[in-house]
Design a protein around this ligand. Sequence first.
Ligand code: HEC
Length: 241
Amino acid sequence: MKAHLYVTTAFTALALAAASALPATTFAADGAPLLAGRVVSSTGEPLAGIPVKAHRDGSPITVAVYTDAKGEYTFPAWSAVAPGAYSVGIELPDFRHVAQPVAVSAGKTAKADFTLTAKPLAYEDATASEIIAGLPGTDQQKVLFSQCSNCHTLQWALQAGRTKEDWIRVIKKMAGRAAEQETPGTYAFGQKQFVEPLAEYLTSIRGPDSSDNIPFKQRPRPTDAASANIVVTEYALPRGG
Ligand code: HEC
């Protein structure tokens, strides 16, 4: 079973811009987009809410926009996509990855269309919310356990089956000094009053004899305009220095 610690992944900084929230008048009048295209399924259906990423060769910047209900995407003229050589692609856990080189030049709209082949979402790629949704348990148990995803994946937390005593040890280690304290009215998993109930819950879903097959429930991708009409600019920050 694969498991990841978030702390081992490269640092990235994100800038989000809601395209609809920005008044059009603040942008240059020559609004023609430099890059646009369409994304369809292998049966030709338009796919909405799909992030399309444009990475300029040799640059630390990746810009993403999302497809609309017609499967169409556009990098607005004001986005960080400027003339140059790009790799444009789609990397989602439930589709085969695709990418193509695209030359973006001033004064015209470069086109890049994609056909995506769906594949089942793997457990390793499920989000914390998808795992929480698939597990049995009460809301309170789930609220406590979901906090284990604050620092690493839930896959990482559930990599091995453990006895209740072992779970208590793990929870106390994760909680640090908080495990000695009781603060009424909070639901922090590390509070003294929750260590035991959470250990019991974890033993029920991941005891010593439990199966490696942890259930999860794939969430639908947001596709409405309010969720998809955004531009995401990602900056890869080198480590060190
Ligand atoms: C404050 C950040 C943080 C939170 C919250 C957190 N962990 Fe961790 N966890 C870590 C770090 C860092 C490591 C790796 C270092 C280590 O093993 O001591 C780790 C490692 C682990 C490991 C593998 C190491 C071992 O001791 O066997 C398990 C299992 C684990 N966490 C479970 C949990 C569970 C269950 C929760 C929720 C109750 C949780 N974690 C919440 C930071 C956290």
